[in-house]
Design a protein around this ligand. Sequence first.
Ligand SMILES: [Zn+2]
Length: 137
Amino acid sequence: MAEKRPDRTLGRHHDTFWEFCGQGELRLQKCESCDHLHWPVVQKCENCGERDFAWDRMSGRGKVMSWTSFERDYYRGLLPVPYDTILVELEEGPLFMSNPQGFGWQELSPDMPVKLTFVAAEDTAGEFSLPVFERET
Ligand SMILES: [Zn+2]
């Protein structure tokens, strides 16, 4: 069963990102002019202003840089509290905010290796695949 989630940002490049997630791929925008990798989604390159992007597939490997556990109900019961959020440094460099899958903050340590997986999620726009991270075994 799909987990209820707050609404995603949709439209243009955001839709492309979610379409790749639906295929089980984490892809980030790579500027076709200067090769800068972007996350979160941008409409033009932060480095050179170019508006054309390729979508580079990430390896799915990374390490935990930071984390927090939310105990306040910011989403009016949509996300049961407490829930954990992790900041992952992807192998390719970008920092990616996500959720730990199958483990909690008590088990986290700096530089802990993690790997990408997807969970079935749902917002008011419909079902989608949400990128999350599990322990690298
Ligand atoms: Zn650029």
